[in-house]
Write a protein that binds this ligand. Structure first.
Ligand code: ADP
Length: 529
């Protein structure tokens, strides 16, 4: 993973930001668009700073701290290349201290009543909502997603805190009918302990709250490692957690050298659980690394979502749903439709209506109101998309729309539709994680199910059909953790999110989302007669 790390001089973030903005003026269309955006970005940064939410140090034991060796890393705006801030670049030592602080705090936090923890979480939720705009601006600036999507993510992210504040009060045990008359058998559910939460850049807030919400609600304490691409949203959210009264040490944030931080978390005997969202490759490493200390592991890994459009689909519903499932966050989510399987009878009709809908997507800086497609996260992401499209065309697929970098430059890529994609192409086999929709023709329902399941991934799947029996049959046959029927956006805090096969372990959100943070204890009380 390419990460811009520098031992930068200790310049204030504002200084760096303005210096970068000043260099962005030029005569070309690309640069002038960039310059216009940087003006907006300057105002946005001012707003965030004025709210006290521009944090650049890590959070350990309730204190904002620099990296012990003074190292920093640059956080860039992918839409403009401007440096937004330099944040602390931490490693093993800081992570060990964060773990120690979480471990000490565990004893007091877990002893509070569920109601007390619930009230504090509720306050955090309210603060997240109260600062919706600043958080959304931060997300658009460091991640690139359009403001509308960023505002949606703040609501979605905050909803996990609200949901688990409520759920904290419903961690019920059991009483088991005894096998001997003088005994009573009880089941208690207790917090697992210190949790290491490692999160990605594509949802800078929601992937954190989806983990930290149930962890804190159940009485666990947490060390969060956000992505080095998007630490600013994480740090702002942590600031609001402190303001809400989450005690010092219950929520710690470290970022910087990912393998070092990961190793410190995995090697610690005090960390009892690792919860991770990110690539399958890193997830496998974390799972292997956790074996030595036998930690519980939850993994939300890559997907390769099929989106099946049957002949009997309502075409309008199918176009709207697959467009939403494919192009959310410019195709950079693990539940994005990765393969659009279209039945022969509807292929031409669907393809032309879908292309028309894709043409209406506006690419640009997420701060501009009309934008629905932001930039990709970095140059490596664009190169991956280019490689996948080249591979497909070299094997006989045809680009129907787009298929190249956008004239805006930077990491903008044209919303793309590729026709006649087949099983031997990278676009079929792997997650493209970009704004490219491959259309794959099929003949029968059996063939569609076979193609859909022909992958090691198993996170989300979608289907469009007006047949109720078919929607049951196919839902049951799909080897996926989530299935959307006639719907392209299905994630919600009240439903379980997670994958099967190599897409992961465990479920997040919903009442099931608490289980991974709880241990079951059986208590046998004897000689009661
Ligand atoms: P992506 O390719 O989507 O960025 P990654 O799996 O590389 O996905 O990143 C997800 C998270 O995992 C990020 O916070 C990243 O810094 C972190 N990460 C990457 N490599 C490691 C590692 N070796 N140990 C621990 N965390 C890691």
């Amino acid at each position: 993973m390419a990460m811009a790390m520098r031992r930068a001089a200790a310049l204030g973030a504002r200084h760096i930001f303005l210096a970068a903005s000043a260099s962005a003026s030029s005569t070309s269309r690309v640069i002038s668009r960039r310059h216009m955006s940087s003006v907006d970005a300057g105002a946005a940064m001012e707003k965030i700073r004025a709210a006290g939410l521009l944090r650049t140090r890590g959070l350990i034991g309730g204190k904002w701290v620099d990296a012990y060796d003074g190292k920093t890393l640059e956080v860039q705006n992918p839409a403009t290349g401007e440096i937004l801030a330099n944040v602390a670049c931490m490693g093993n030592k800081e992570t060990s201290d964060a773990i120690a602080s979480a471990h000490t705090t565990f004893y007091s936090w877990s002893k509070l009543t569920a109601s007390e923890r619930s009230k504090t979480l509720r306050k955090w939720h309210d603060l997240l909502i109260a600062h919706k705009e600043e958080l959304a601006l931060l997300m658009t600036l460091e991640q690139g997603k359009p403001m509308k999507e960023a505002l949606g993510e703040v609501n979605y992210g905050a909803s996990f805190i609200e949901y688990f504040a409520e759920e904290a009060k419903r961690v019920y045990g059991d009483i088991i009918p005894p096998t001997l008359a003088d005994r009573r058998l009880l089941v208690l559910k207790q917090p697992i302990g210190v949790v290491g939460a490692i999160t990605p850049w594509n949802f800078p807030l929601a992937m954190i709250t989806r983990k930290v919400g149930p962890a804190l609600a159940s009485g666990c304490t947490v060390v969060v490692k956000p992505s080095e691409f998007t630490p600013l949203t994480a740090l702002a959210a942590a600031d609001l957690a402190l303001q809400a009264g989450i005690p010092a040490g219950a929520l710690n944030v470290v970022m910087g050298n990912a393998p070092e931080i990961g190793d410190a978390l995995m090697q610690s005997t005090q960390v009892r659980k690792i919860t991770f969202t990110g690539s399958t490759a890193v997830g496998k490493k974390l799972m292997a690394g956790s074996a030595n200390t036998v930690k519980k592991v939850s993994l939300e890994l890559g997907g390769n979502a099929p989106c099946i459009v049957f002949d009997d689909a309502d075409i309008e519903v199918a176009v709207k749903g697959s467009l939403a499932a494919k192009f959310r966050n410019s195709g950079q989510t693990c539940v994005c439709a990765n393969r659009i399987l279209v039945q022969e009878g509807i292929y031409e009709k669907f393809a032309s209506a879908f292309v028309k809908a894709v043409q209406s997507l506006e690419v640009g800086n997420g701060l501009e109101e009309s934008t629905s497609q932001g930039p990709l996260i970095n140059e490596a992401a664009v190169q991956k998309v280019e490689k996948f499209v080249d591979d497909a065309t070299s094997k006989g697929a045809n680009v129907i729309l787009g298929g190249k970098r956008h004239s805006l430059g930077m990491t903008f890529y044209e919303p793309t539709v590729v026709g006649n994609v087949s099983k031997d192409m990278l676009l079929f086999r792997e997650e493209v994680f970009g704004p490219v929709a491959p259309l794959i023709p099929f003949k029968t329902e059996e063939e569609a199910i076979h193609l859909a399941n022909d992958t090691n991934a198993g996170l989300a799947a979608y289907m469009f059909t007006t047949s109720i029996p078919r929607s049951w049959r196919v839902s049951e046959a799909l080897e996926y953790g989530l299935v959307g029927v006639n719907e392209g956006l299905i994630s919600t805090e009240v439903a379980p999110f997670g994958g099967v096969k190599q897409s992961g372990l465990g479920r997040e959100g919903s009442k099931y989302g608490m289980d991974d943070f709880l241990e079951i204890k059986y208590v046998c009380m004897g000689n009661l007669s």
